[in-house]
Design a binder for this molecule. Structure first.
Ligand SMILES: Nc1ncnc2c1ncn2[C@@H]1O[C@H](COP(=O)(O)OP(=O)(O)O)[C@@H](O)[C@H]1O
Ligand SMILES: [Mg+2]
Length: 285
């Protein structure tokens, strides 16, 4: 599973552009499980026969490759520096998911200029076609890069944990996401809960605040139970849903993936749009 160059033919084999679902997985607070969720949803979607791409957008602190046990030679940094084209840095991961790896420990990646961000999106759009799902694993918080990639997605999964700070940070993030971008689908996924009731409570608190202060409804996507098998899988650098397919967290992830696969937003007809809508993104710069 090294760096490969699948070429456009392979990437374009499948579906047409208007079917692509671009979903960012984001959070206010760090360490709530975004990368683990992105990797597992990508794996499950891939196993469902959906062509899935994961974009590691945690620029500067990349780790989806680590979680997946991959050691890509090239990453988005090489694309920005002009050394490689987007297709050349793609790597294939478990379940045949494709990954666009980012760079770790490069300060410049964490603070991309507007021009660099546009170059990235142009490059990604240039190789676009053939994917059913594009999952964007963002960094935490509300800094430039994060908001930029969130603006680029049409659906946003805000991951929260039951910790109070995770909730307040999620509220701050949703407030920013909402400003001028109410056409987006914002979903809440509660991770690391003891039981479904705890997840519902967390969602209720968050949605109450959001409805009251922002006059916005956010969707409840679901929950993932706290499960020590997650840490086990992370340590093994394997995808949880692959190594422990029937553990409780894997079952939750499967339920979420199935739900997402069935529930496509009604206004999802994005015609000839590529991965990212530049008009939307430009407003977020
Ligand atoms: N449902 C869960 N149960 C137990 N541990 C979890 C769960 N989800 C995530 N974790 C742990 O939380 C840590 C942070 O996860 P990660 O995906 O890196 O978060 P983020 O990308 O949001 O910073 C990981 O070490 C992972 O093992
Ligand atoms: Mg992460």
């Amino acid at each position: 599973m090294g760096t490969i160059n699948p070429g456009l033919n392979e990437i374009t084999r499948c579906m047409s552009d208007d079917q692509i679902r671009v979903i960012s997985i984001t959070s206010g607070k760090g360490g709530v499980g975004k990368t683990h969720i992105a990797a597992n949803l990508a794996y499950i979607f891939s196993r469902m026969g959906k062509r899935t791409l994961v974009l590691d957008a945690d620029m500067g602190l990349a780790n989806i490759d680590v979680i997946l046990g991959l050691a890509p030679r090239f990453n988005l940094h090489h694309v920005l520096s002009g050394e490689k084209r987007m297709e050349e840095i793609l790597v294939r991961g478990p379940g045949d998911m494709m990954i666009l790896p980012s760079a770790s420990g490069i300060q410049e990646m964490a603070n991309l200029s507007a021009g660099q961000k546009l170059t990235l999106l142009d490059e990604i759009n240039g190789m676009n076609t053939g994917f059913d799902f594009v999952l964007i694993d963002t960094a935490a918080g509300i800094a430039g890069n994060v908001m930029y990639f969130n603006m680029a997605a049409k659906e946003i999964i805000v991951v929260v944990s039951p910790e109070p700070t995770s909730l307040t940070d999620a509220y701050a993030l949703i407030k920013l996401l909402y400003r001028g971008h109410n056409e987006k689908r914002i979903m809440v996924l509660v991770n690391m809960v003891k039981n479904p009731g705890e997840a519902r409570d967390v969602y209720r608190k968050l949605s109450k605040a959001v409805e009251h202060f922002l006059d916005l409804s956010i969707e409840y996507l679901g929950y993932i139970l706290y499960d020590e098998k997650v840490t086990d899988a992370v340590k093994q650098q394997r995808v949880l849903a692959e190594v422990y397919p029937s553990c409780q967290a894997s079952r939750c992830l499967l339920t979420i993936a199935e739900k997402m696969n069935h529930e496509q937003p009604a206004n999802y007809n994005c015609g000839s749009l590529k991965f990212f809508s530049k008009a939307t993104v430009d407003r977020g710069r």
